[in-house]
Design a protein around this ligand. Structure first.
Ligand SMILES: C[S@@+](CC[C@H](N)C(=O)[O-])C[C@H]1O[C@@H](n2cnc3c(N)ncnc32)[C@H](O)[C@@H]1O
Length: 361
């Protein structure tokens, strides 16, 4: 279901920011947008015409949206987030743009419906996805994303669905091992999954502190001395599973390409190798001719429908890294739609290998 922010405000008295809530400047300080200027540079050429619409599929604190609204005075931005708190804070920050900004509480795989409702003739001219969690979510101990602060193990970006504690209490040992191994790229996933299941027969793990201790106990001392906090990979894996991040992205990429108008642009910032591989494959499929080899004439329907705007994946430079440590793992890819995307592109992108990286030859 798509809920417009304005509609929610009308339906829920007092839904706006509470007294003493952060100012726009304070909201801006909660999350520094990664590669903000480069994202705007890539998308702005598609947003010059009056009536152009951009969808920011991961509104967060609204940093990228704000930069687009400032750089593209003819454009409107529709900001999607599954986290009501993010939507509320970003909407307050962007209120100065009036009806040039609309917030929508949903997941980004609803991009086609959002474009149909808010776009120009049902299409949009730019789409941005800045994947993963925001600093607001990570830093709020109560939300249970952080191994550094003890809290109930929640990890849900939105308000619905099972929490990380529910997942640990119900998933089989083999499913837990797969999640921790594949999404966390954790070498000791087997030992961690075994221990979670062993302990839950007596006392299920329900707090971040308990899980961080359990992971540390399962990782041999020499391996603990490298690579930062040993719980980091397991926490990342659970967050991805709890929020179904990869399956939602898999559905979203073809839907997003299909929601662009010709000349429209899409930019995606990934922070995990599995995400980046999906984006790379979806863009490469559109940028490659589908004509069988050896044909004398390439029919228009076989011609590429995307033009790649980035050479491989772009990463953060030293200045960005110094300013914003979160940019360390970013991979940015962008593309432009050359002709209407074929219907087949609305099929999910090919599934990525779920073989854990440390077992790949
Ligand atoms: C990295 S932050 C985006 C930060 C934003 N670009 C900014 O400048 O503040 C990612 C945001 O996307 C949201 N998000 C993650 N997965 C989502 C999904 N499947 N659908 C909608 N929003 C999602 C998260 O709640 C979070 O607020």
């Amino acid at each position: 279901m798509i809920q417009d922010n304005a509609a929610q405000d009308a339906a829920t008295p007092g839904h706006g920011l509470a007294a003493g809530a952060p100012t726009a400047t304070e909201v801006a300080a909660l999350h520094a947008p990664v590669l903000r200027d480069r994202c705007v540079e890539l998308l702005a050429p598609a947003l010059a015409e009056p009536g152009a619409v951009a969808i920011d599929g991961t509104l967060g604190m609204g940093g990228h949206s704000e930069a687009i609204l400032e750089a593209c005075p003819n454009a409107r931005v529709v900001g999607i987030d599954r986290d009501p708190r993010a939507l509320e804070l970003a909407s307050a920050r962007l209120a100065r743009f009036g009806d040039r900004f609309t917030g929508v509480l949903t997941t980004y795989d609803a991009v086609a419906q959002v474009a149909a409702k808010h776009g120009r003739d049902g299409r949009v001219q730019a789409i941005l996805l800045d994947l993963g969690v925001s600093s607001l979510q990570l830093d709020d101990a109560e939300r249970g994303f952080s191994y550094a602060q003890d809290a109930e193990l929640d990890m849900r970006m939105g308000d619905t669905g099972p929490s990380a504690a529910d997942l640990l209490a119900s998933a089989s040992e083999s499913e837990l091992r797969r999640i921790i191994s594949v999404y966390g790229e954790e070498r000791f996933a087997g030992a961690i999954a075994r221990e979670i299941v062993r302990r839950r027969e007596v006392n299920p793990v329900r707090r971040t502190g308990e899980l961080a201790d359990l992971v540390r106990d399962c990782i041999p001392a020499p391996a603990r001395r490298t690579g930062g906090n040993p719980a980091k990979r397991t926490f990342q894996a659970l967050r991805i599973a709890v929020n179904d991040e990869l399956r939602i992205l898999e559905r979203t990429l073809p839907a997003a390409i299909g929601a662009l108008s010709v000349g429209g642009r899409i930019a995606v910032e990934s922070y995990h190798s599995l995400e980046d591989r999906m984006v790379k494959q979806a863009f490469a499929a559109g940028a490659t001719s589908s004509a069988p080899p050896g044909l004398p004439v390439v029919l228009p329907e076989h011609a590429p429908y995307l033009r790649l705007l980035t050479r491989g994946a772009e990463v953060a430079d030293a200045a960005e890294l110094a300013r914003n440590p979160r940019s360390a793992s970013v991979r940015l890819r962008a593309a432009e739609l050359l002709r209407p995307a074929p219907k087949s592109s609305s099929r999910p992108a090919p599934a990525v290998s779920t073989t854990p990286r440390h077992r790949r030859k």
